[in-house]
Ligand binder design. Structure first.
Ligand code: B3K
Ligand code: ZN
Length: 850
């Protein structure tokens, strides 16, 4: 397979200022005629090369004449004599058999597209790269009954009827790269609304779904309008067309797609009501609606020059959606949530065989680079720039960026340059974060002598594949000192930028012993180890003035106990019990923050902190911790569980927080006493008028060996049998269950009549979730690895992109004991040796072997 390298970038040989597309739509066969206006770019005599993928030309004409053309693999090569020509092609495509869900495909009787990154070439021949921007004119013709609704980017111009068929012509006034093309045809109904922009333009908003789903679109619509207002207010960005459409589709490879004026969404990120969606689902819907909407500027108006620049739009847009969620909810809880994701997914990626920088240097299959590093570490990088510049200069920088590059395909360097030019701040050194992979390890210690304290900092950036030696990076650390006796801030927060291998910072005028509060708000995405005296964490857990740092202190207290316990050492659990108890009893902290603070780190995150991951010991330690907390704090937990009920229709932050705390409390109580816990969980389950309480109870029951478990699973299934999104939850809860027989259970799920490899949500609900179930996946027999591998190979025949995302858990092999290492490698080798493997899975598996 060809490897593409960032250094090899060359501007396109031919530009395509305009394209006209004519679709004759059918579920089985669709015919696509394309007319490209092409222009030679620069002085060269190279032919026109048009990308294709699994398509054959039925006709090729240049300026109306039969053309001189040939195929070079999948690429159509056309001889063009002059500097400008009209190139026409015609192809037939087969949506119903397109199981990769890239290009034009069928889903529940409708047709829809997914083009990012390289799906447009599965629809028609085209220079399918993001730096070729074209104006699109699209004509769609199809059966009126099958496809009453015909949608594409931009604005509708004309429609007409012709017997049982009808047609529509649309035009998108904004030049765009092919990856932003979209088309939808089907029997859909709109939730219609409108938004008036600050300059007074009325924008029609539609969320298109199957009729039965209309009642569940209100939350997404509210989130869309909030996003439109927020982007005007926060970034000065106004919407630019008269129409904004969202379509929900149940077969979709990822969350959603920001096609110009026609966002296509996974139903999981559109449909919600309290009976079928959890509070987390509600939050995720708002987050994804906002994210895709924000792409209209960060991605569409200013797009990427090449796919190595992917974080230019994704890192920045994640940063923007994080700001939206923080501003419309609880900033502290949002930050905790984002850091949890980073530690659970990005840190392991950054320390394993698939590590790559935020701006990767090479790829085989670009779909494999839509990663937590490009998205979430990319967002952290933008956050660090904002921290260093301050909000006003940062905003001046983004204004300049949008203004300077509007209508262009830009690079990460262009973004940084705009920030530098607007702020006068030199960010050269910070750009190392774009090119160096690996999570920096930072150590910190505070030495106090009377009124003076010296903070010692040191950093190392670990080696990653292909990059053995790293330079120190600028690491912005927010630091404050908390008085050990008073609990007050005795040195106010300041920004320390560690930009060398080590450094010291002095604090004066201290009148009591100081506690170090550092990396407040998680100002830098680093692995920080602080040298602390006994008792320090407990005091910080009770008094740190930064809510995030307080959360960190409690988590670190638990983590230290868990690691010691997993290594068979005797550790004192009393400080943990006291900190969790104080947190639960606090009347300063709200329920949402309490819930985040007391939830023990996941088994995978604990493993990530140990040199050698021992999944059984980690599981045992975490069980003991949960049981001890459940037993010792049963009064506090019981009242949180009892009082945490709020009507399902109440979606206020307060209600969401109490519900979250409620199910976490339930989980502790059940860990201490399985019988009483099962009874209590069943009561919560039966009484629930909302999915948060119901699935929270079900999650607890799924791991217990009690009769209530089977009863609840059956009741849940029966109640929601008609709702695929809830059936996904039913699969997921069982795939995540912490049980000795987890593997047998998951094997059953695969045999269940509702399981299918064809629907990505369903596949992920079993295979994706099982890959995160550390204790089950890493069963000493190696059966978990074999099972996951079977699933990957089966899935690869249907949908390589989704299959490739199931590989990374096997790539963590280096962190386990020799026996597990051998078993994991054996399965990776089995994958690589499979004939007919996709390049998606091949790249992930071969890199994972290291
Ligand atoms: N830009 C899309 C992701 C496309 C993934 C293609 N494999 C969704 C998003 O990040 O907004
Ligand atoms: Zn995105």
């Amino acid at each position: 397979h060809t490897e593409f390298r960032r250094q090899d970038y060359r501007p396109p040989d031919w530009l395509v200022p305009a394209i006209a597309l004519d679709f004759d739509l059918g579920i089985e066969t669709t015919r696509v005629k394309a007319t490209l206006t092409v222009e030679r770019n620069g002085g060269h005599d190279r032919p026109l090369r048009l990308d294709g993928d699994e398509i054959q030309p039925l006709a090729v004409r240049v300026d109306g004449q039969d053309a001189d053309w040939s195929m070079d693999g999948d690429t159509l090569v056309v001889a063009v004599a002059g500097d400008r020509a009209r190139v026409e092609t015609e192809v037939a495509i087969y949506p119903a058999s397109n199981s990769k869900l890239m290009g034009l495909y069928a889903s529940n009787g409708m047709l829809c597209t997914q083009c990012e990154a390289e799906g447009f070439r599965r629809i028609t021949f085209f220079p399918d790269r993001p730096d070729v921007l074209s104006r699109y004119a699209v004509r769609m013709t199809g059966d009126k009954a099958a496809f009453p609704i015909l949608l594409t980017n931009g604005n509708p111009l004309r429609t007409g009827e012709d017997g049982a068929r009808h047609w529509a012509e649309w035009e998108d006034p904004f030049p765009k790269p092919s990856y932003l093309f979209a088309l939808v045809a089907g029997d859909l109904k709109p939730n219609h609304d409108s938004f008036t922009t600050r300059s007074g333009r009325k924008v029609d908003l539609n969320i298109w779904v199957r009729e039965a789903d209309l009642p569940r679109t209100g939350h997404a619509m509210a989130a869309l309008k909030q996003s439109m207002a927020w982007d005007e207010e926060t970034y000065g960005r106004e919407y630019d067309l008269d129409l904004f459409n969202i379509v929900a589709v149940s077969d979709f490879n990822m969350g959603a797609m920001e096609n110009k004026g026609l966002n296509v969404f996974n139903t999981a990120y559109v449909l919600a009501d309290p009976d079928t969606a959890t509070d987390t689902d509600f939050d995720n819907i708002a987050r994804v609606v906002a994210h895709e909407y924000f792409h209209n500027w960060s991605g569409n108006r200013v797009t990427c020059r090449d796919w190595f620049q992917l974080s230019l739009k994704e890192g920045f847009t994640v940063f923007r959606d994080q700001g939206f969620s923080a501003d419309t909810g609880s900033p502290a809880v949002k930050r905790i949530d984002d850091v949890r994701t980073l530690r659970a997914i990005q840190f392991p990626e950054d320390s394993g065989p698939l590590a790559h920088s935020v701006r990767p240097d090479s790829y085989v299959e670009i779909s494999n680079f839509y990663t937590a590093t490009v998205y979430n570490k990319g967002a952290e990088l933008i956050r660090m720039m904002r921290t260093i510049l301050g909000p006003d200069k940062f905003r001046a920088g983004t204004d300049l960026y949008f203004d300077r590059h509007d209508g262009e395909a830009a690079t990460c360097d262009d973004f940084v340059k705009a920030l530098e030019d607007a702020s006068g701040v030199d960010l050269t050194h910070l750009k190392l974060w774009y090119s160096q992979a690996g999570t920096p390890k930072v150590t910190a210690s505070l030495d106090q002598d009377g009124g003076t304290a010296v903070l010692k900092l040191a950093q190392t950036v670990p080696p990653t594949p292909g990059h053995p030696v790293k330079q120190p990076m600028p690491i912005p650390l927010k630091v404050a000192l908390i008085g050990e006796r008073s609990g007050a801030e005795i040195a106010p927060e300041r920004l320390v930028i560690l930009d060398a291998a080590d450094d010291t910072v002095e604090f004066d005028g201290l009148d009591e012993p100081a506690l170090l509060s550092i990396n407040r708000g998680f100002s830098a995405p680093v692995d920080l180890q602080v040298d602390r005296r006994a008792g320090e964490l407990e005091k910080l857990a009770a008094s740190d003035s930064d809510p995030f740092a307080r959360y960190e202190a409690i988590q670190e207290l638990m983590m230290r106990w868990l690691i010691a316990a997993a290594q068979g050492e005797v550790a004192d659990i009393e400080p943990v019990i006291r900190a969790v108890g104080d947190t639960l009893r606090s009347n300063q902290l709200d329920a949402a923050l309490k819930a985040e603070a007391i939830l023990p780190p996941s088994e995978a995150v604990i493993g990530d902190r140990m040199d050698r991951v021992d999944p059984d010991a980690i599981h045992g330690a975490r069980e003991r911790l949960r049981a001890a907390i459940g037993a010792r704090l049963s009064d506090e937990l019981s009242s949180a569980q009892r009082e945490g009920g709020a009507p399902g229709s109440d979606l206020s932050s307060r209600a969401k927080g109490t519900r979250r705390l409620r199910s976490i409390a339930l989980d502790f109580l059940a860990a201490a006493d399985a019988q009483a816990g099962a009874r209590l969980a069943k009561v919560q389950f039966d009484a629930a008028d909302n999915m948060t309480d119901r699935s929270g109870a079900l999650r607890v029951l799924a791991s217990l060996d009690m009769p209530e478990r089977v009863a609840a699973l059956e009741a849940f299934y029966r109640r929601h049998a008609d709702d695929p999104l809830v059936i996904d939850k039913w699969f997921g809860v069982q795939a995540m269950a912490q049980r000795p027989d987890a593997l047998d259970q998951v094997r059953e799920l695969i045999r269940h009549e509702r399981f299918t490899f064809a629907n990505p949500n369903r596949l992920r609900s079993v295979a994706g979730v099982f890959g995160m179930n550390q204790w089950a996946l890493h069963h000493a027999s190696g059966e978990g690895y074999r099972f996951l591998t079977d699933l990957i190979l089966e899935a690869d025949k249907v949908n390589p992109q989704v299959a490739a995302r199931m590989v990374p858990p096997l790539g963590r092999w280096k962190r386990f004991d020799d026996q597990r290492q051998a078993l994991m490698r054996e399965q990776l080798e089995r994958i690589v040796a499979t004939p007919g493997l996709s390049k998606d899975v091949h790249e992930q598996a071969s890199k994972s072997l290291g």
